[in-house]
Design a binder for this molecule. Structure first.
Ligand code: SF4
Length: 346
């Protein structure tokens, strides 16, 4: 990591804030104003203070976002196609996504929900009640995933009250919070937040982080506080061109996460959100990186590379494939690229 920058305000929420802080070039103000009109801007002081191009690219607006390609969509993973009540997505039988808030501590420039984040803050009480009633009336729902928006941008009191409602529903066994907060706003992980997370039912935290430069000393301390509270953590990372699209960068991130007791879980292929083509790699490039990772580190640190099929058809692993059916049996490729034959017993 490079040396830190001087302190910034707690949160920078507009293009003017960024220009005043020297984080956006004044001579591009006209183009960037068009970006800001379309997609919200916010960066925390924690991330603004990291002198890293890989971090800046994720949060600072770029005129390339004005390039909306025909294949890009407002709702690339099809949340609304599977929404029984406002704020709830029920795509798979055993789990739902509950968008408890549309607010985030940062607005990531590649976000697949960039058209909706920041629109209204917390889910209105009536919609929250309707969502919880639906969950209570649907016994197949075993897991509730709080996302949004970033659920940890809510107050601990609000999180605790959602947890309390969910703990009254016997078939809900797991609650997972997907969040950027421990990394981008680590000061929010205080005793009250930990207490809210320790409520029943079993809670997992899914930490979104894309580069080891994000893991500041304060972020690492926040992750340790969560782990020390006995709350299991997994990570999700988005594969981003120019940010983390090489095996060495991802290896550094995944090794750091393992030492912080965060299990690397998903590497997402960058979704077809509008104005994000400059971040997107090819799937072949992603598979090549995954193949290199497999040889460089233990399987414990290698996440599953996944694609959310555009249109709302769900998430699938996208390789690389190590096993193919051949005439003489299976052809298995090892981590060095050598092929071997494996036959099932008769
Ligand atoms: S924190 Fe998550 S939901 Fe919010 S803008 Fe970033 S990627 Fe999107």
């Amino acid at each position: 990591m490079n040396s830190p920058k001087p302190p910034f305000p707690a949160s920078l929420n507009s293009l003017d804030d960024l220009i005043a802080a020297g984080l956006a070039p004044a001579d591009q103000a006209q183009d960037l104003a068009q970006v800001a009109e379309r997609f919200r801007i916010r960066i925390t002081s924690e991330m603004a203070g990291v002198a890293s191009a890989a971090v800046a690219a994720q949060f600072l607006p770029d005129a390339q976002e004005l390039n909306i390609r025909p294949e890009e969509m407002a709702d690339p993973i099809g949340d609304t196609a599977h929404s029984p009540t406002y704020g709830l997505t029920h795509r798979y039988p055993d789990r739902v996504i509950l968008a408890a808030t549309h607010a985030c501590e940062v607005y990531c420039r590649f976000c697949f929900r960039r058209e909706v984040v920041g629109a209204n803050a917390a889910l209105p009480a009536d919609d929250m009640s309707a969502a919880l009633d639906y969950i209570a009336a649907t016994p197949a729902i075993w897991e509730v995933i709080l996302t949004g928006g970033d659920p940890m941008s809510l107050s601990p009191r609000r999180i605790e009250s959602i947890m309390a409602r969910l703990s009254d529903i016997p078939h809900v066994q797991i609650v997972r919070l997907h969040t950027r907060v421990p990394v981008v706003a680590p000061q929010r992980i205080d005793a009250a937040m930990i207490a809210a997370l320790r409520a029943r039912p079993t809670v997992y935290v899914g930490v979104h982080t894309n580069h080891a430069d994000e893991l500041t000393p304060a972020a690492r301390a926040a992750l340790r506080r969560i782990a020390d509270a006995g709350i299991p953590m997994v990570s999700q990372t988005v594969l981003l061109r120019g940010v983390n699209d090489n095996a060495a960068t991802l290896e550094t991130l995944f090794r750091a996460l393992l030492t912080l007791r965060v299990q690397p879980y998903y590497l997402h292929h960058c979704d077809l959100a509008q104005g994000t083509s400059h971040f997107r790699t090819t799937i072949a490039a992603g598979q090549a990186i995954m193949a290199q990772l497999r040889g460089r580190m233990s399987g414990m640190g290698v996440p599953t590379y996944v694609l959310d099929i555009p249109g709302g058809f769900g998430k699938v692993p996208i390789g690389p494939d190590y096993l193919q059916q051949g005439a003489a049996g299976y052809v298995v490729t090892d981590w060095q690229g050598n092929q071997h034959i494996y036959r099932d017993p008769e």
